[in-house]
Design a protein around this ligand. Structure first.
Ligand code: FAD
Length: 364
């Protein structure tokens, strides 16, 4: 295990923002984890677990708590039945590699999640999902270190309380996920394609099925068009994907929004939600528009990205400005999807506060 003191966290995140970690430990070998538990005991607060940093905003002052960079790798088949294959994956394994492997092995359950950056261990944290599939469809259980109990625990998928971009692991440092098991079905055909954009790309009706690899290719094409894959040459590459959760709407609101051509979708937890990006567009933000120092709306999609000069403070301010303007224009309060790492806590300005709006207006 490699341990450094004062290492900058910015290069370990896709936004490339954030100060140093008082103690950073890179875990490559699962058996070294107990050594980290001892080291973390010498630092204040509960340690932070970091994967590929693709869904976090790290504070400019960094973290005084110990940071564990989860870099373990490996996946293996642990069992079969007639239709399903059980696969155990180390938490630090790249998620894109896991998804590609399942497709190559003739399994369905992950093909719509192709191109999502990050580690496998982070996927239950916000029940990662896209284009009609989410981790809750296939997760069997996780093995985790429970910092409160001070021991290893195994939690089945029900105990993980996976919801729409949330779980028992979201907004807490209580657990560090070490390994995970998934059950995937054997099938040459993908799950039904429920998103219109993907169905259009494939030239099939919504609800149709195609070979899993074809479905994955179509999803990747749609994602690329929105800057939703990590591409080092992309000018919008300093991104965390979606900044905000898609807010839940009532049946009446859903009908009204559909009449305006809003992307409204049903989710596995029973909720109906409207796209946050669509709301941002409705609130009057244009693609590429600068928001605060070093931050702007992506040139491809209605989300925030960072450029030179961005800081955690300016990025958090930009989040607040977008949130306030969407509230004012659409009466919908957005909630940030990303996690805030470090010794600060992001507090959106109160809905009555107009500072954000004023700042945004002055940049039009
Ligand atoms: C271009 C782009 C596209 C994206 N598209 C999607 C999408 O379609 N759908 C979607 O759901 N997300 C999407 N995301 C968000 C992100 O990819 C996922 O949330 C991903 O699971 C984060 O993985 P990570 O390893 O980078 O986690 P990090 O960003 O490092 O961490 C995220 C959170 O998980 C915690 N965490 C990480 N690893 C562990 C662990 N082993 N144990 C306990 N806690 C842990 C961290 O403490 C933090 O709170 C996208 C991001 C980008 C940049």
């Amino acid at each position: 295990m490699r341990v450094t003191h004062g290492a900058p966290l910015a290069p370990l995140t896709t936004l490339a923002i954030g100060g140093p970690a008082a103690l950073l430990a890179e875990l490559h070998v699962p058996a070294d984890f107990p050594e980290f538990v001892k080291l973390a005991g010498g630092c204040p607060g509960r340690p932070v677990t970091l994967g590929h940093g693709s869904n976090v905003l790290v504070d400019d002052s960094g973290s005084t708590s110990a940071v564990l960079l989860m870099a373990t790798r490996g996946l293996r088949i642990t069992g079969y039945d007639d239709h399903r294959v059980l696969i155990e994956v180390q938490a630090g394994h790249p998620f894109t590699d896991f998804v590609d492997t399942t497709i190559a092995e003739g399994l369905t359950g992950m093909e719509m999640l192709v191109g999502i950056p990050g580690t496998v261990g982070a996927t239950p944290v916000q029940n990662v999902g896209a284009y009609g599939q989410e981790i809750s469809d296939t997760l069997v259980d996780v093995v985790a270190w429970d910092w409160e109990l001070g021991r290893i625990v195994t939690m089945d998928a029900t105990a993980c309380r996976l919801g729409h971009r949330t779980s028992i692991f979201k907004h807490t440092r209580r657990w560090t996920l070490l390994s995970l098991r998934f059950a995937l079905r054997r099938s040459e055909l993908s799950a039904p394609v429920t998103y219109r954009t993907v169905a259009t790309e494939l030239g099939i009706p919504v609800g149709g099925r195609v070979p899993t690899a074809e479905a994955a290719r179509a999803v990747l094409t749609v994602r690329r068009g929105k800057g939703m894959v990590m591409d080092s040459t992309d000018t919008d590459r300093r991104t965390v994907g979606s900044i905000f959760l898609s807010p839940e709407v009532s049946p009446g609101q859903a009908d009204r929004l559909r009449a305006q051509n809003a992307p409204v979708n049903h989710f596995a937890d029973g909720s109906t939600r409207v796209s946050a990006s669509w709301l941002i567009q409705q609130a009057g933000f244009e693609l590429g528009r600068p928001i605060t120092a070093g931050t702007r709306i992506s040139s491809l999609h209605y989300t925030l990205v960072a450029d030179d000069g961005a800081s955690a403070e300016s990025f958090a301010q930009a989040i607040d400005i977008v949130l306030q303007q969407v509230l004012r224009h659409t009466d919908v309060l957005l909630t940030p999807e990303i996690d805030f790492i470090g010794d600060w806590h992001f507090r959106p300005a109160r809905s009555s506060g107009r500072a954000g709006d004023d700042a945004a207006d002055s940049r039009r």
